[in-house]
Structure formats: C-alpha cells, structure tokens
Design a protein around this ligand. Sequence first.
Ligand code: SAH
Length: 285
Amino acid sequence: MPNYPTTGKVIIAGAGPGDPELLTLKALRYLQQADVVLADRLVSEQVLSQYVKSEAEIIAVGKQCRRGASTPQETINELMVEYALKGKLVVRLKGGDVSIFSNVLDELQALKDADIAYEIIPGVTAALGAAAYAGIPLTARQYSTAVRFLTFYRNEVINDQYWKDLAATDDTLVFYMSSETLDGVVANLLKHGISDEKLLAVVEQATTPQQQVDVTNLYSYAENWKGKTFLSPALVIIGKVVALHQQFAWIANSPTRETYFKPVAKLFTASTVATEKANQNASRA
Ligand code: SAH
C-alpha cells in the first residue's frame, strides 16, 4: 500500500454514479482519512455516512442549476483552498467520474494558483454505471464501434451540422444533463433522418435501488412519451445497442418512484454551514 500523506492536500475523487459499492478502494481509503469532505449532490449519502470518519467535517456543495439552488463554484474553490492551507486533508468528492461534465478544470486551476498539492482519483461515470446496470453494452460488437458522451442542456452546445453527424453515425450516443431537453434531442435527430433501428433509453437514478429504465423507438417517442418527465438524475442512451436491454437487463425497474439523491436545497450547503458556525460562535461569545 502506498503511504498516503495526511495533511494539506486536496484529493479530487469520483464517488461513482450511486451504488456506494462502486466507489474505488483508493477513494474509500482517502475518505477514511479525510478531515474535510466537500461533497456534490449526486453522491450517495451512504458513502458519506459509512466511510467518512466521525470527526471529519462534511460540507455539501451541491449544484442543481435548473432548480436555482446551488453552491457557487467560487465558494467551492475557496473552501478547498482554505482547508488545505490550514493543513487539512480535503476530499473533494464528485458524482460519477471527476472529469466528465464536472467543473474540475476550475478546481484544478484554483489549486494550482494557491500552490496546493492534489491528486485525482477517477470514478465510474454515469454512462458506464447505467450501461452495466441496464444491461446495455455501449460498444457491443456488430452494434456499435464507438461511444460519445454528450450533453444538450442548452441549444448552443450542438449546432445543426453536428446533429446531422449524430443522426448519421453508428456510434452509441450518451447524453448527460439532457432529460429535460429530450424533446429537442429527439427532434434534431429525426430532422436529420436517424435510422429507426436505433432506440432511445432513459435510465433514471442508475445503479441506485430506485433505478428505472424506459425504452422507446425514436419515431414513436412523441406518441409514447408525450409530456413524460424524468426523475433526476437521468441519462439518455441512443443507438442500436439499446435493443440489448430487453435481453440482458438483470435488474427490474424500481416499483416505486422515489428520489434517491436529496435536492440541494434540503442539504447542508456551504453557506448554511458558515451561518451555523457564525451562530454557534455568537452564542458562545
Ligand atoms: N461527473 C458525473 C456527471 C455530472 S453531470 C459523471 O461522471 O457521471 C450530471 C449528469 O450526470 C446528470 O444530469 C445525469 O445525466 C448524469 N448522472 C449522474 N448520475 C446519474 C445516475 N445515477 N443515473 C443517471 N444519470 C446520472
């Protein structure tokens, strides 16, 4: 076992997509040693309650932009730097993998600027968690030779030329942060004549006990799924490989529709922690 340092460092780690057992041993070991854990919303509460030592400070710094409740990136950067400068071992715990659709670049820059040592630990990204737990091999032989991780959370991210390419390719397409804009995804692909052999799956709360997988043909999407809304987080998979779900699914859909991850507003946010601390100090004085 390598000898992990225990002070003045930030560990940026992925917690995986939900199932606490998908955490890496390395992330687990650092969580057991951490003085401070700065956790995203899409991190299983069980990971925090079971693996972090009881004296450690856990600060929820979730983001949920569409809901308007969120910890500013600036605050997250400041907290990391502040605690590391105090000599603490800080774990910055992110949902899924650290490098896929996360603000890791901002955080790395803040650490570099403050000359703070860091390590990066990968995690199972939602696409891989969902693929495994839905029985959809993303690059199954004879179905697809590549996979693309995409997002369509706002219109500007994908231009018309690229939609044309996405409709034509046999690559499997995985859309993050796009269940609320799914009508747009489907409309753009249909506009460019995507093959009707490709299916669309939405995997809600992948790898958690609340996982649900729904599949539709793109051409019957409007009819089948009109007005359908999805529980967050949800991942969209499009391609021929989606047909394999029917054959290889090994988990039944959750019979209930409950949310596994808590909404940001209900969590202890960095600002509430700061306010509580100020109150405690004031009452002590
Ligand atoms: N860094 C994360 C992604 C963050 S972006 C990762 O590597 O997985 C947040 C988006 O990830 C969500 O909007 C959703 O599309 C997807 N996501 C994260 N966890 C998920 C889960 N358990 N089930 C389905 N989608 C998930």
